[in-house]
Design a protein around this ligand. Structure first.
Ligand code: MF3
Ligand code: CO
Length: 249
């Protein structure tokens, strides 16, 4: 069952979503060669607490950190560590908070120092695939219009869509119905309605779409060692179209 949010509830979701956006922006300013991902995790946790929010991922299914930090061929759910970031790495940061009863969730992929053109292109195409999909988060459409928008944007540019992870509804829980795959035929699935709030999150690989989860139980990596990028926004469907709640105004 998809839980519809009233306009008042969507108002309340602005705060956790804004906090997530602010903290990702702060982290972006700290990402540089030599910093460790665990230092970034500490910044995220402290900045959430300063804002009266709880990190949403810490304690979720036993995950021990505030932030997911996925480097290069890591797709999602990379764990913060004492590994220093290197010039030329790409880093996906995924962060969520709980505040006043509601969750916000977003992700970005960032270049570390100077990256080569092909890495930057993967980052740009993944980000644009998210914005192309968000345009389909409108009343009257169907859920799979969003999925198919990601797939067609990405595949026509030579990349592949990860199958093993999906976006999700979000609200009083981090993960609500529906699941949102990033591939599929348009025109299928539930009808989109005002009051739906969706975390749309394309995970895009440079080469094949296959992924493996490492023996740590969390870190997803590409099977072929190719790079992977991830962007996510929490988006409310309103009468007036999509509203990106995790974007700073
Ligand atoms: N944005 C991811 C998701 O929606 C992050 C979850 S990480 C976890 O699933 F640690 F919370 F599992
Ligand atoms: Co999410």
């Amino acid at each position: 069952m998809i839980i519809l949010k009233s306009p008042q509830e969507i108002e309340r979701m602005r705060k956790p979503c804004r906090i997530v956006a602010e903290i990702l922006e702060l982290l972006k300013a700290s990402v540089r060669p030599g910093i460790t991902t665990s230092a970034l995790d500490k910044i995220a946790e402290r900045e959430a607490s300063v804002r009266g929010a709880l990190p949403a991922f810490k304690g979720y299914s036993g995950y021990k950190f505030a932030l997911c930090c996925s480097v290069n061929d890591q797709v999602v759910h990379g764990m913060p560590s004492n590994r220093e970031l290197l010039d030329g790495d790409i880093l996906s940061l995924d962060f969520g908070v709980l505040c006043d009863g509601f969750f916000g969730d977003a992700a970005v992929t960032l270049p570390v120092g100077k990256v080569d053109q092909s890495s930057q292109r993967l980052i740009d195409v993944t980000e644009q695939s998210l914005y192309s999909a968000i345009e389909f988060a409108v009343p009257g459409g169907r859920l799979s219009d969003i999925s198919s928008a990601v797939q067609s944007y990405v595949e026509t540019r030579g990349y592949s869509v990860v199958r093993d992870f999906v976006g999700h509804g979000i609200g009083r829980s981090l993960h609500e119905s529906p699941q949102i795959p990033n591939y599929g035929q348009p025109g299928k699935g539930p009808k989109l309605k005002p009051g739906m709030v969706l975390a749309i999150e394309p995970m895009i690989n440079e080469m094949g779409y296959e992924v493996n989860v490492l023996s740590d139980g969390w870190t997803a990596v590409t099977c072929d060692g190719g790079l992977s990028a991830h962007f996510e926004h929490t988006v409310a469907i309103t009468e007036n179209g999509p509203e990106i709640l995790t974007r700073l105004a």
